[in-house]
Write a protein that binds this ligand. Structure first.
Ligand code: FNR
Length: 358
């Protein structure tokens, strides 16, 4: 009969819906407000088309890239996401092992349910640690120290969450993280695990760029600023000592009405002017989306929800399968468009946006 094995991220998306309790599905899928930004992220990729070159003699291709001194087997990493344990009992252990088996990096959320040192031991690939800036300076410093002690390769500070976005699905469900899932990497002083109350109570409001300079002085690890959407803020990140930025609207979970990350990537790349790598996330669902972001100057991308969906469907095996599918699709894109090296992709891969007739 017909094979039911998932063949795309879209297949995992549909299968996960059957598996996950409705409130967890809503927490994972949901965005802020009317979810316009959430939809914009995928629609931006759907609008692009490729300009393949033929008869280029390209029989094999190199999908790897170098980012901040680390090698990525393909130009995508697992995005930082809270509590993988909501989707599968093995939680982050399963995701990091799956990514590591393929030579793909993972960014561990400071809201992970497994100790970062334990995760470090499960992967040879780059492991980055994401943090929010907490009200209590001691908590932030302690998080940095723990990431360093665990042997993480970079710190990612998320700057788009001075408060949590208005997520109607979670409010309607009165969604709470079950008490069995604890943010074990957070020092006690950081507060409780309730996702709504937590952010209000513990994140430092009124953050400014001095926090980036402060983190820069606190650690020798590469520092990545996640959540910029403009050229101005890319410039400021560079000036305050960031080693990379991630163009991101938090998967549409924060400011509804923010643009699709892909649409503002060129603005950030232009402002970076080659001084620091620009990564992006939001809406990456296919290997060709990865190629599109690289063609627009991205150094790499992060993949969020599809990873949690594959985790829900098949645990570690499911995530390895999904990431392998994305790798294979990315390789197809390179070979079918005559591109031998991921690292050499440029805007000539993309059909220019049609100009209105004059
Ligand atoms: C997130 N994201 C996120 N970002 C972050 O910096 N720290 C975090 O703890 C979380 N937690 C989180 C949980 C869940 C369930 C989701 C879906 C997302 C945002 C994430 O890193 C990333 O920016 C987006 O998910 C990327 O968009 P896609 O790939 O999900 O469309």
């Amino acid at each position: 009969g017909r094979a039911l094995r998932p063949r795309t991220a879209a297949d995992y998306h549909r299968a996960a819906r059957e598996r996950l309790p409705e409130n967890v599905w809503d927490f994972v899928q949901g965005g802020a407000g009317e979810e316009r930004t959430l939809r914009a992220n995928t629609e931006a990729f759907d609008r692009t088309t490729l300009r393949p070159r033929v008869l280029t003699g390209t029989a094999t291709c190199d999908t790897s890239v170098e980012v901040l001194g680390g090698t990525w087997a393909a130009p995508f990493a697992v995005a930082p996401m809270a509590y993988h344990g909501l989707c599968h009992p093995e939680g982050e252990r399963a995701t990091v092992a799956a990514a590591g088996a393929l030579g793909l990096p993972m960014v561990v959320s400071c809201m992970a349910g497994v100790a970062v040192g334990e995760l470090r031991a499960l992967t040879p690939a780059p492991l980055w640690f994401q943090l929010y800036v907490f009200r209590d300076r001691h908590v932030t410093r302690e998080l940095v120290r723990r990431a360093e002690a665990a042997g993480c390769d970079a710190l990612v500070v998320t700057v788009d969450t001075p408060r949590l976005g208005r997520r109607h699905r979670d409010a309607a469900n009165d969604f709470r993280v079950p008490p069995t899932l604890r943010p074990v990497n957070l020092p006690e002083a950081a507060g409780t695990a309730d996702p709504g109350g937590h952010a209000r109570a513990a994140f430092r409001p009124g953050l400014d760029w001095s926090v980036v300079a402060e983190l820069r002085r606190t650690t020798r690890l590469p520092l990545v600023v996640k959540g910029v959407l403009t050229g101005e803020d890319t410039e400021l990140a560079a000036r305050h000592g960031a080693d990379a930025v991630i163009v991101s609207n938090h998967g549409g979970r924060q400011l509804d009405g923010a643009p699709a990350a892909l649409d503002v990537l060129p603005e950030a790349v232009a402002a970076a002017a080659g001084r620091l790598p620009v990564l992006m996330d939001g809406g990456v669902r296919r290997g060709r989306d990865v190629a599109t972001a690289l063609a627009l100057g991205g150094a790499g991308v992060l993949v969020g929800r599809p990873v949690l969906e594959a985790l829900a469907v098949g645990g570690e095996h499911g995530v390895r399968d999904l990431l392998g599918l994305l790798c294979a699709e990315f390789e197809d894109t390179l070979l079918l468009s005559g591109q031998p090296r991921a690292a050499d992709l440029d805007v000539s891969l993309l059909t220019p946006p049609a100009r209105p007739p004059t």
